[in-house]
Design a protein around this ligand. Structure first.
Ligand code: ZN
Length: 141
């Protein structure tokens, strides 16, 4: 590792830790956050991957005007929504591929789920289609 301590960005009120969001300077990371030394989790993590894994319950919520506190929060919310959709689509695609549900039935389920979670229905159904096509192709091979 060639990273020097002086190259790391410490957490501060303007720049909270990408992992734990503390602002006290205990955490620090390199410029692309692939190496984030977080004092809270006591380990070095790739904050980009960590954020993709965060529980959707921790997803930052926009305020009542639909705005996020910061671009970082908005970005995190988008990342976590994407993961949320991918997980849901994956489960539904498996139902269809295993013959437990029809494609039309999961399409309806997905549309309702998107409405409930305020996700993009069109992006989700396109993703479902892609997954199903990929799955069918895989089975046909
Ligand atoms: Zn931290």
């Amino acid at each position: 590792m060639t990273q020097k301590a002086s190259d790391l960005i410490p957490s501060s009120p303007d720049n909270p830790c990408p992992v734990c969001e503390k602002e006290d300077g205990a955490c620090a990371w390199n410029s692309d956050q692939t190496m984030t030394f977080c004092d809270t989790v006591k380990q070095m993590v790739n904050a980009n991957e960590y954020q993709a894994d965060i529980e959707t319950s921790q997803k930052p919520k926009p305020n009542k005007n639909g705005k996020f506190r910061s671009p970082r929060e908005q970005e995190r919310a988008v990342t976590s929504a994407t993961v949320h959709i991918q997980n849901k689509v994956q489960k539904l695609a498996i139902e269809v591929l295993e013959g437990r549900e029809s494609e039309a039935a999961v399409g309806v389920t997905l549309a309702e789920w998107c409405k409930e979670h305020r996700h993009d229905k069109f992006a989700a159904s396109r993703l479902l289609k892609e997954r199903l096509e990929a799955g069918k192709k895989y089975r046909a091979d």
